[in-house]
Design a protein. Structure first.
Length: 169
């Protein structure tokens, strides 16, 4: 179970400027590779759900913003987002704010439950609260997804595609 203190700590890391929008590696990957008709969940969208808005403005038809704690904004985030299943779930700069392995497992478990096909995520090389390495995070992802593949970033700051079931090609 994620504690109130862990939620508050993660909420404080939310950004509305900097490397966000088209400049952020995960949303840029979605822009370049995803079908615009796919049902997409922006997991850990942040207070302003900037990536959700950007993708909608780029013609993506069904993008839902999910957030927790004090970052939830009525009319911006869907309060029942995790009650649905999405073709694509993405988390931009989310895994790096998990404060311990238990929170990481809970978060990835929640993501896996909401993922029909693929989860796209990154792990910046300077995690804010965790001392997990990218390799350790990749192993946790492998515990939840059938196939985990690095598709961008660097060795110390990867971007992964995590497949619920392997691709057919």
């Amino acid at each position: 179970m994620i504690t109130k203190q862990q939620i508050e700590k993660a909420n404080k890391s939310s950004r509305s400027r900097g490397c966000i929008g088209k400049n952020a590696v995960v949303p840029r990957y979605i822009l370049e590779h995803a079908d615009k008709s796919a049902e997409i969940l922006d997991f850990g969208a942040g207070k302003d759900a900037i990536h959700t808005t950007m993708l909608r403005n780029e013609g993506f038809l069904c993008v839902t913003a999910h957030e927790f704690g004090s970052n939830i904004v009525e009319g911006v985030h869907c309060p029942i987002a995790l009650d649905r299943i999405y073709d694509i779930v993405f988390a931009s700069n989310v895994l790096n704010v998990q404060s311990n392995p238990t929170m990481m497992h809970q978060t990835i478990g929640d993501i896996r439950e909401a993922t029909k096909t693929v989860f796209i995520c990154n792990y910046p090389n300077s995690p804010r609260y965790s001392n997990l390495t990218a390799k350790q995070v990749e192993q946790v992802l492998c515990d939840y997804f059938m196939k985990v593949e690095r598709v961008g970033g660097t060795a110390s700051a990867p971007v992964w595609e995590c497949w619920v079931r392997p691709r057919l090609h």
